[in-house]
Design a protein around this ligand. Structure first.
Ligand code: HEC
Ligand code: HEC
Ligand code: HEC
Ligand code: HEC
Length: 378
């Protein structure tokens, strides 16, 4: 049996402007009355999400006991703390999620990552990648809980992600990005994707790769000051455009509009923003951590056909998990069936998370990372 999940459709800003007199739109008030903080959904274009796969077989508590995988097998570097039983269950699960033997994926099944003659061998790059993916998934679940703080599954410890959240039965997730930086030495100059409308920024006439600047590294996500003479809040036109490009992606990736997070009376003001903006703030850092310390860190492990035109691997942004809905998989707590993906791995690479906002309803402390130099005015 599979669980069918309905999802809210991808609502493009253009669709919102197209007028409310036709189609079947619903409205949800998300902010105080009179602030125009409303979400408009076109229910006529609701598309069903792929069904969440069932576990390969039930994982009973006695299966968590017994010999550890690192004792049972020869070359288990990350999942050695699992019981051998849970390890096998996890192998069967990831096969369904990443490389199912369904006839459409070349060499799908265990052999996608393994040489069947020698399961301990790391000769296939896919196995080396998968090991890093185990570390990345555990790091997301163990160290980025503030991103999932608004989830109703948070208290039970089941808010988080599995490989399915991104992969959905594909070796390469459907929604990924890679650098689109043109050759700056070109006679035509480098317009940084400007005026080249692309799906990646919801077809807006904005730099179509804001990700290389903002979803890797530590650059500030800032726009120019509202004041005529910026004093303590300086951002270039380029960073302003990149910020808007990223905001378009965040809205499209989650299927929401700007007021899902912001009060448009003052986009920068944290005390006027919704708690969702705080979750999103952690999301940006979580994505950077995953891209920098896991995907890009694999370096030459990625073969040429897994890289973009500029030679970098395909990386994560909001749509990789969210896929057009504000709660991936409709908020279904898939992680509950896969305890081996929750931890206990603790990353040395994860940045010291800034103090979590005490009350998500009214974020009192402005979350500003140590590297953020232009602290937004509260
Ligand atoms: C997406 C890649 C992938 C797929 C598909 C996969 N595995 Fe694995 N497998 C791994 C990784 C990565 C490890 C090493 C884990 C670690 O180091 O913690 C591993 C390790 C193993 C080991 C331990 C071998 C040893 O002696 O060190 C066994 C046994 C195993 N897998 C069985 C299976 C079986 C059976 C299937 C199919 C049902 C399967 N695997 C499918 C990635 C995969
Ligand atoms: C690794 C997967 C993953 C990535 C990447 C990701 N998210 Fe999330 N996000 C989640 C999960 C899981 C939840 C919790 C869903 C629930 O409530 O059950 C969530 C929740 C949220 C929420 C709260 C939703 C609500 O309605 O309360 C916001 C806002 C959000 N994410 C924004 C973002 C933004 C912005 C990005 C990109 C910068 C991003 N996320 C990237 C997995 C992800
Ligand atoms: C947050 C999103 C995300 C999660 C969670 C995730 N992956 Fe990935 N994975 C990616 C991206 C993005 C790529 C593609 C990189 C590329 O092609 O350059 C990828 C690529 C891979 C590949 C290489 C496939 C190929 O054919 O080259 C394997 C294998 C893989 N992931 C296994 C896993 C496993 C196993 C898990 C769970 C333990 C997992 N992934 C969890 C995002 C994710
Ligand atoms: C899912 C939540 C979310 C959505 C939707 C969203 N934003 Fe943002 N926005 C944020 C977060 C979080 C930041 C701060 C990022 C940081 O500091 O790393 C931000 C920052 C900004 C800033 C910069 C403020 C400053 O301090 O300079 C502007 C301007 C902005 N957003 C505009 C928009 C617009 C326009 C839209 C709709 C197209 C939008 N945002 C949609 C969460 C969101």
């Amino acid at each position: 049996m599979t669980r069918k999940l309905a999802s809210l459709a991808l609502v493009l800003p253009a669709l919102l402007l197209a007028g409310c007199e036709f189609g079947s739109k619903t409205q949800t008030q998300v902010g105080p009355r009179g602030t125009a903080m409303v979400q408009i959904h076109d229910t006529s274009s609701i598309k069903p999400l792929a069904a969440v796969p069932e576990p390969p077989y039930p994982l009973t508590p006695d299966m968590l006991e017994g010999q550890r995988a690192k004792e049972a097998y020869q070359n288990v570097q990350v999942l050695g703390d699992l019981s051998a039983e849970e390890f096998n269950y996890t192998m069967a699960s990831i096969t369904n999620w990443v490389a199912p033997d369904n006839g459409t994926i070349k060499d799908g099944g265990c052999n996608y990552c393994h040489n069947p003659e020698n399961m301990a061998s790391d000769e296939k790059y896919t196995k080396v990648v998968a090991r890093k993916m185990f570390q990345m998934t555990r790091n997301i679940n163990a160290n980025w809980k503030p991103h999932f703080a608004g989830s109703q599954n948070a208290a039970a410890g089941n808010a988080g992600v599995t490989c399915w959240t991104c992969h959905r039965g594909n070796p390469v997730p459907q929604y990924v990005w890679s650098s689109n930086v043109a050759n700056p030495k070109s006679i035509k100059g480098n317009k940084f994707g400007q005026n080249t409308p692309a799906q990646t920024v919801a077809w807006a006439s904005l730099p179509n790769d804001p990700y290389s600047a903002l979803l890797e590294g530590k650059n500030n996500v800032r726009v120019q000051a509202a004041k005529t003479f910026p004093t303590d809040h300086v951002a270039s036109i380029q960073s302003t455009e990149q910020t808007y490009g990223l905001m378009m992606h965040m809205s499209q990736g989650l299927g929401v509009n700007c007021t899902y997070c912001h009060n448009s009376q003052n986009f920068a003001n944290w005390s006027h923003s919704r708690p969702q903006r705080v979750y999103a703030w952690y999301g940006i850092r979580m994505v950077r951590d995953s891209n920098d310390n896991y995907i890009s860190a694999l370096g030459n492990v990625w073969p040429a056909n897994r890289r973009g035109p500029a030679g970098d691997p395909k990386k994560i942004f909001c749509a990789t998990c969210h896929q057009g809905v504000n709660k991936p998989l409709g908020g279904y707590p898939m992680l509950k069936d896969y305890p081996g993906l929750k931890g206990p791995y603790v990353s040395a690479a994860a940045p010291a998370a800034p103090a979590a906002p005490a009350a998500p309803e009214a974020p009192a402390s402005v979350p500003v990372a140590a590297a953020d130099t232009s602290k937004p005015a509260a």
